[in-house]
Design a protein around this ligand. Sequence first.
Ligand SMILES: *[C@@H]1O[C@H](CO)[C@@H](O)[C@H](O)[C@H]1NC(C)=O
Ligand SMILES: *[C@@H]1O[C@H](CO)[C@@H](O)[C@H](O)[C@H]1NC(C)=O
Ligand SMILES: *[C@@H]1O[C@H](CO)[C@@H](O)[C@H](O)[C@H]1NC(C)=O
Ligand SMILES: *[C@@H]1O[C@H](CO)[C@@H](O)[C@H](O)[C@H]1NC(C)=O
Ligand SMILES: *[C@@H]1O[C@H](CO)[C@@H](O)[C@H](O)[C@H]1NC(C)=O
Ligand SMILES: *[C@@H]1O[C@H](CO)[C@@H](O)[C@H](O)[C@H]1NC(C)=O
Length: 670
Amino acid sequence: MRLPLPVQCWLACLFVWRVVADNSSQPIFIFRSRPDLVAPILSVFTRVPEKLAPGYYFVAPYQQIQETIHIYDNEANLIYSGFGNVGPGIIHAPQTCMYKGEAHLCFYQGVQMAGWGHGHGLIMDKHYRIVQSVEPASYQASSDMHEFKVIDEGKSAVMTQYLRSVYDLCRWNLCDGLGYIQQGAFQEVEVDTGKVLFEWRSLEHIDPSESYVGPSTTEISGSGEQPDSPWDYFHINSIDKNADGDYLISARHVSAVYKISGVDGHIMWRLNGARSDYRLDDFSFSFQHDARFVSDNATHTVISVFDNGSNGFNTTQPYSTGQIISLDHQTKIATCLLNLAPPMVDGHAHLAKSQGNMQILPNGNIVMGWGNDAFWTEYAADDDHEVVFYGALAWTNVMNYRVHKFDNWVGLPLTKPALWTYSKQGEKMKLYVSWNGATEVKSWRFYGTNNDTAAKSLSQSQSKSKGSNNDNDSWDLLHGDDAAVPKTGFETVYDHTPMYRYTYAEALDKNGQVLGASAVERTYVPNEQMREYCDDLACRFMPNSAEREHERQQQAEQQREKERQQEEERLERQRAKARAKKNAEIYGGTFGGLAVLIILVIVLATRNFVSRPVHVLAQRVWSVLSSTVAGGKAGRGRDADLGVGVGAGYKALAPDDQEGDRAPMINDPS
Ligand SMILES: *[C@@H]1O[C@H](CO)[C@@H](O)[C@H](O)[C@H]1NC(C)=O
Ligand SMILES: *[C@@H]1O[C@H](CO)[C@@H](O)[C@H](O)[C@H]1NC(C)=O
Ligand SMILES: *[C@@H]1O[C@H](CO)[C@@H](O)[C@H](O)[C@H]1NC(C)=O
Ligand SMILES: *[C@@H]1O[C@H](CO)[C@@H](O)[C@H](O)[C@H]1NC(C)=O
Ligand SMILES: *[C@@H]1O[C@H](CO)[C@@H](O)[C@H](O)[C@H]1NC(C)=O
Ligand SMILES: *[C@@H]1O[C@H](CO)[C@@H](O)[C@H](O)[C@H]1NC(C)=O
């Protein structure tokens, strides 16, 4: 899908010279206090703050630099990056779950295969420690990525499994060797013991002839001819459980949703697909995903599904939608109560050819993740379902299986706040502070000292114990006592003058209680040589060798250009000088000539009509004048040849006057 360049302005960031993995298609944050984190910027197209449901968005984008959990708030600030914290492997669908009476983070983690996964479920506490892993127990000790959902207050979890086995594929013209099939299965497992409480396998209930995706027809169908490419005829992709203990599952390659008895696993009803028990009343869905119970009673079941509308090959809708479907168990008619479309941008809308989800929030708002496109939308609860949030983690390549929003997450990391301090000249300073995952920090307090002994002793006492600072005499608070610095975004930046050589930061909660303190940080002041690459914010990143070569060439080019200009200026100066002379001569000649003319006129005019003394006087004046003018550089004209000089300027000069530095001017073609 094509989008106009985001509403966001792409700042030309002087000090962001290093290009990190195509920052224009996958914009990445730079946090000075956490150079280890490469977290996607959540670009926002629409945001109506007052209509957003409270809480955070939980995502795990993949096919990007750091494939891990990312949590964002309603202002699109990063709250948490799980990089290096949640372990290796791809993570899908992180969400909060109740476990041992507290909100935990639950997610699948494993190895990504072509359309399925091998992994397990993980549970992390509020200190971001993995406290439990959940494995299915069958002949294959791994779960699949499509669902890991902790239910029943954390007592059990439902999880999908993709099980491959030998199968007779003669009906699909694969009869000259062993055929392999992938069946969809799921288990409910007791979290603390690993005991399997319920197990269901598709081949026992749904015949492969119900599939719409034959062997070797799509990129994830599998060929059925090799054990590593089993035919994925079913493709289970969600599991939900209702209060009665029955399950709702969705399977993509049969385009159907099933209700499964929690007692014996029999299919209670089928919706859509080859053998639907319900007639779809003037709507359709296909290759759907994320089927959830909304309500369920004897007469009606209401469910939500994310209708991908396409598997990238066959399309039943022009774009993906979120559907709320009501099944009438008496009339056997299914009605679509809501068909929520993605925002139209430039005539395009998301058609998630894979993945995607729909979550109805407690306040009625709906969150839809566009899966294959790492975009998501939040809709208001009102009747026209106004789009109140629309944002993206990347424009291309990056995918995000599901997006969820929860308002019960409290993160109290065991790490220390991270501080980086900088001063370009040693006068004013900048303090960059952050604390990955700490949801309760509301403000920061900064302390500084120039006393090496005090800095060292606090550093030592910090590393020995969590002990607080007992040497407040040596440390100055960098701002008024009550004026803690409000936390702004993931990383708070604070300016202070004068610079301190050592600083540390304290994180405060909403009551002003100290939640944690950073280590003592020595302020980074670039040396003389380095300084030209620094501004007031920081110094630029080290260029790589290609950038360095480019820069070298640019500098050489600039140097050449400078020399060229200098040469040009030199020539220009020379020309200007020559022109000035020329002009001076022209004007000098003209004025000289004019003076001669005037006097000549006077002399001539008076010769015959005025008395002799006047004439003599005039002649004297003339001779004085002419000798004065002739004495000057620009002078010309002698008493000889007066007539010739009249009105002719320098052209009329006598040859013996054409000396000295006048010659170049005459030769100058300009
Ligand atoms: C990526 O671009 C955004 C602006 O679009 C900028 O804020 C950010 O610092 C850039 N990140 C990197 C790593 O260059
Ligand atoms: C069953 O659910 C439907 C749909 O939510 C609702 O309209 C109906 O009143 C419910 N019936 C009972 C008996 O609760
Ligand atoms: C697409 O639809 C056609 C016609 O219904 C069917 O024969 C084919 O198997 C479908 N392919 C996929 C990949 O769904
Ligand atoms: C939607 O995406 C999910 C996740 O891959 C998949 O299981 C489901 O079948 C997809 N449907 C389509 C149409 O691709
Ligand atoms: C530096 O701090 C130590 C205590 O850590 C103190 O004893 C000393 O007097 C301080 N020095 C100055 C110059 O303030
Ligand atoms: C020093 O300041 C810290 C942080 O404000 C405080 O917890 C501690 O009680 C103070 N110590 C003294 C001796 O004043």
